[in-house]
Design a protein around this ligand. Sequence first.
Ligand code: 6PG
Length: 255
Amino acid sequence: MNLVVGSEVLVAGKWMKKFVEVLADKTALIARSLEVVLTQIQGAIQEQGWCTIALAGGGTPKPLYEALASQELPWDKIHIFWGDERYVSPEHPDSNQGMARKAWLDQVAFPAANIHPMPTDGTTPAADAQKHGAQLQEFFGIQGGEFPSFDIILLGIGDDAHTASLFPHTEALQVVDQLVTVGNKDGQPRITFTAPLINQARCVIFLVAGANKQPALAQIFAPEADPLTYPARLIQPQGELWWLLDQSAGQQLKT
Ligand code: 6PG
């Protein structure tokens, strides 16, 4: 039984379309996520000739990436980015880039130029965050101070309600004048999109599975809670916001 809720929420003077779906189990969650992502990819290509998608890391989206690898899509019209990255090489087992390449990108004919990883080999995480910000500005043809609109940004949440690498009570939550910044997970540096960049997206899709995410979801969906404590609350995109949850994660949710 899927709980499906669609609503429109006024955010900063704009109507954001919000969808919340609770799927029977992880398999159904991945199948539904594939449908939603394919619809968004095809819509973007139909409208503008290409699609920009920023991938989430962690474990939840991996089967979605594996499912996307079995699709027949115009890979040359799709540009891949990441919403965050652990500060390790792509060969490291923790690398979000490495995970997505193994599960999807290296399994299909993506032109190398269409894959835009976050750099993690510079002098410092701050330098690499700055570098990636400049790379995004060049790709989207924008100047400093402008925020580009990704067609799709995939996200997950941690048990602590972090998203991307925007962790509770960290400096990254306060960065509103940059596209990319340095995240901090228990002292370990990450590279992450900022909340304002994520919120500029045309479509943000959260994929959440597992009962361990229930307490975080309760706070994220609560009428009032501190976004610095529950950073996923900061994500209020100007476009569509999708919450795709499995039953274990979403069964207690009051939407
Ligand atoms: C990362 C992710 C992070 C992830 C959540 C959920 O780099 O780890 O971007 O934000 O989405 O931690 O991770 P799971 O899907 O493994 O629960």
